[in-house]
Design a protein around this ligand. Structure first.
Ligand SMILES: Cc1cc2nc3c(=O)[nH]c(=O)nc-3n(C[C@H](O)[C@H](O)[C@H](O)COP(=O)(O)OP(=O)(O)OC[C@H]3O[C@@H](n4cnc5c(N)ncnc54)[C@H](O)[C@@H]3O)c2cc1C
Length: 404
């Protein structure tokens, strides 16, 4: 992400805007003053979203000066943090308190408010997104007042995934889990092995995911490695994580690492892809993944971007991809500098047949009609949004189309 006084560009470089003001408040009181005096307001944590969720020509509020863990309760297993706290900053302090985040995704650089606002997730049929672990949240609403939503508040499931539309998050309290180490297993399997075992492996392991590598050269794009002298083309890069037993020592061996959970998850990516990610009901996941492979082979035989396949547990957040249903998660990308929109639109059409929900932080083509058909609480969310923000302070053009 880059921001100057007048320009914001996201991490991937596919979204830019020219805010009237870019502000970095250092306290909740400063956020209140900014919101009270502003026309349109959008927040940005680290700009790792591919979709135009942070875009504004009004006031862009950065989270860089509101970062850090503010409390850990080892008995309740809870952690409280400011909105700009990077996901990776939770690891060590939680470990010292005997705790860990329940799950993490492919990177750990996002700000926690950004990760929560878009239902960022890792992989695991029994593991929910970051949003679902939120037990309390403080928000500065459109009138500049502070709203605290706790577990008993019926509005918390709306605020857990809200893309900044209900207010500026100034603090979150997350449920953590006991500290644990993970044992990694990276294997290279045929398509039939990786795809055919999707259900069995997802049920048997804490984390099962794979990248299908369609072409020579694909793996390098995502920093994935083939065994020496071998190629990954038309095979799968399979990742399995399970909790490591105490008797298994830490190890740095590539593909067989063992260590603290928060050190095992994160990968490194270059901003050389523009990603779309859809969520289909778990029961139809294997069918959808197979259809996607056929589509990729037919539409983009020369495409070198892998397809990533993960799972995520059901939750209760109204705008979550996994609201009351576990998901198989399918991610594909377009190549920057090429006209990838027709291909991604084909993907949208195909996965629409599987009742797909979207990752709000990634490219998608969801329409207002589809929003209401696929998200049972869409109308409730919009009603609450209007009540808390009658002047539409927190809506930008992208969000207005769906949520006005
Ligand atoms: C390389 C890469 C890898 C990724 N891997 C994964 C993955 O494994 N799993 C996954 O699910 N996603 C993944 N993503 C997507 C990413 O996690 C989400 O887009 C996430 O929202 C980005 O976090 P951020 O902190 O950069 O938020 P931003 O992109 O800055 O903001 C996201 C949303 O949060 C809102 N927001 C930010 N701060 C606040 C606040 N204080 N109050 C209210 N709203 C706020 C913004 O307005 C915006 O709507 C990946 C993205 C990239 C680029």
């Amino acid at each position: 992400m880059t921001t100057t006084a007048q320009r914001f560009t996201n991490w991937a470089g596919n979204q830019t805007c020219s805010p009237r003001a870019v502000e970095s408040p250092a306290s909740e009181a400063e956020v209140q003053a900014l919101v009270r005096g502003a026309g349109q307001v959008r927040c940005v944590a680290t700009g790792h979203s591919f979709s135009p969720v942070c875009a504004t020509d009004g006031t862009l509020i950065r989270m860089d000066r509101m970062s850090g863990i503010t409390g850990i309760d080892p008995v309740a297993g809870r952690v409280t943090a400011l909105p700009g706290t990077p996901v990776g900053a939770f690891g060590s302090p939680l470990w010292d308190a005997g705790l860990a985040l329940e799950n993490q995704g492919d990177i750990d650089t996002q700000g926690i408010a950004g990760a929560v606002a878009t239902a960022t997730h890792g992989s695991g049929l029994g593991l929910q997104s970051f949003s679902a672990t939120v037990r309390r949240m403080r928000l500065v609403t459109a009138d500049g007042d502070v709203l605290e939503l706790g577990e008993e508040d019926a509005r918390l499931p709306a605020a857990q995934v809200a893309l900044g539309m209900l207010g500026v998050i100034t603090e979150v309290e997350l449920q953590a889990v006991p500290a644990h180490r993970l044992q990694e297993r990276i294997d290279h399997w045929t398509w039939d092995e990786a795809w055919g075992r999707l259900d069995a492996m997802s049920r048997a392991h804490r984390h099962y995911s794979f990248f299908w590598i369609p072409a020579e050269g694909s793996a390098a794009l995502y920093g994935l490695s083939a065994p020496e002298g071998a190629t990954l083309a038309d095979s799968c890069y399979v990742k399995i994580y399970d909790e490591a037993a105490d008797s298994v020592p830490d190890s740095d061996e590539p593909g067989r690492r063992v260590g603290r959970s928060y050190l095992i998850y994160p990968m490194t990516f270059e901003p050389n892809f523009h990603e779309l990610e859809y969520f289909v009901p778990y029961e139809r996941g294997a069918e959808a993944v197979a259809a996607m492979r056929e589509l990729m082979l037919a539409r983009l035989p020369d495409s070198i971007f892998p397809m990533e396949v993960r799972t995520v547990a059901a939750d209760g957040s109204w705008l979550s991809h996994s609201y009351e249903r576990a998901s198989v998660v399918i991610s594909v990308s377009g190549t920057p500098g090429t006209d990838y929109q027709p291909y991604l639109r084909d993907v949208d059409r195909l996965l629409g047949e599987f009742d797909a929900r979207v990752h709000w932080g990634k490219l998608h083509y969801l329409t207002a009609e589809q929003l209401h058909a696929r998200y049972p609480h869409a109308a409730d969310f919009i009603a609450l949004r209007r009540e808390l923000d009658p002047r539409n302070v927190f809506l930008n053009d992208h969000l207005r189309e769906l949520f006005a």
